[in-house]
Ligand binder design. Structure first.
Ligand SMILES: *[C@@H]1O[C@H](CO)[C@@H](O)[C@H](O)[C@H]1NC(C)=O
Ligand SMILES: *[C@@H]1O[C@H](CO)[C@@H](O)[C@H](O)[C@H]1NC(C)=O
Ligand SMILES: *[C@@H]1O[C@H](CO)[C@@H](O)[C@H](O)[C@H]1NC(C)=O
Ligand SMILES: *[C@@H]1O[C@H](CO)[C@@H](O)[C@H](O)[C@H]1NC(C)=O
Length: 285
């Protein structure tokens, strides 16, 4: 919306001025006709771009541009979707050619083979037909008019689209353990959820005999999670049982759950009968 206002203000300022002149000249019917023709259709401009400051009405986006060009403009985009980035403030002066770099390396753009193309009168735009994860990075555009050169900075972040599939899981580590009564056992369960959108409710939990495994004085659950650079969520939960009792042996199931479905992995805790259990001395009656 903001960018539409900017487009509107820049493009139609001249038209409105013209209409105002007609109004002033005292030909209301003609000025009404011009205004009707000038009414913009509510279509955002193709060179959609959000600058990092608020823009209202007559605010001049080019004011102090030679200072503001030193800022880094952040662009967020989704992997797999088309994306265009634009050299900041290129509309504020008449540069005629642009050199683009990513992470300090100059881009060699070959129009016949490259996924990425340079466009605009001065090459001030980079167009990604389908954004890839590796397109993310720190871009600089070096734009020149022959006597002067200005450098703009754009940070392009790429995240995967929201996941709409069930989580994926690795087998429990380890899938099977043999332990004696009184010993300790630990299983680690891991799941990946992709990029979490609204109302996805990612969960990872253990069950045994159809009931949730809960923390107790002998049972310790350690959940942890992280989000990787592509925006995907990974969770793990370790289950440790201390001072094993007979009732602890059997099959445990770890479940990864979202609103889009679930996955499960089993772990088996087997009793090692060879472990000698030293009974507490019994009270003599
Ligand atoms: C190049 O741009 C600068 C800054 O806008 C301007 O001062 C200079 O006159 C321009 N040079 C040419 C050759 O247009
Ligand atoms: C499983 O749970 C049911 C009740 O929910 C109980 O009757 C049964 O004994 C349990 N089985 C084991 C092996 O713990
Ligand atoms: C579990 O996740 C945490 C946080 O991401 C990580 O530091 C830890 O190494 C993971 N544990 C295992 C066993 O993968
Ligand atoms: C886990 O065990 C259940 C019942 O014993 C079985 O139906 C299921 O297929 C097992 N899941 C996996 C991933 O091995």
């Amino acid at each position: 919306m903001r960018s539409f206002q900017m487009y509107y203000a820049k493009t139609f300022r001249g038209v409105l001025m013209c209409a105002w002149v007609f109004l002033w000249a005292g030909t209301p019917s003609l000025s009404a006709a011009v205004l009707a023709n000038a009414a913009p259709s509510p279509v955002p401009p193709a060179d959609y771009h959000n600058y990092d400051y608020d823009y209202y009405g007559d605010y001049d986006a080019c004011l102090n541009w030679q200072t503001n060009i030193q800022e880094i403009f952040l662009e967020k985009a989704t992997v797999g979707e088309p994306m265009t980035i634009r050299c900041p403030f290129s509309e504020c002066w008449d540069g005629f050619s642009t050199t683009w770099s990513r992470n300090g390396v100059q881009l060699k753009l070959n129009p016949t083979t490259d996924e990425v193309t340079q466009s605009g009168d001065a090459g001030e735009q980079l167009q990604f037909p389908r954004l890839r994860q590796e397109d993310a990075g720190a871009y600089t555009c070096q734009m020149t008019n022959g006597t002067h050169t200005f450098v703009g900075n754009v940070q392009l972040d790429a995240t995967n689209p929201y996941s709409t599939t069930p989580p994926s899981m690795e087998p429990v580590d380890p899938p099977k353990l043999q332990r004696g009564v009184g010993e300790m056992a630990t299983f680690v369960c891991k799941a990946s959820y992709g990029v979490i959108g609204p109302a996805t409710f990612p969960q990872l939990y253990w069950i045994k005999n159809n009931t949730f495994v809960k923390n107790s004085n002998r049972v310790v659950l350690r959940p942890s999670s992280r989000t990787d650079s592509a925006g995907s969520l990974h969770m793990n939960v370790s289950l440790s049982i201390h001072h094993l009792l007979d009732e602890d042996f059997g099959q445990y199931t770890c479940i990864a759950h979202t609103t889009f479905g679930w996955m499960a992995q089993n772990a088996t805790l087997e009793k090692d009968e060879s472990v000698l259990v030293i009974e507490k001395p019994q009270d003599t009656v």
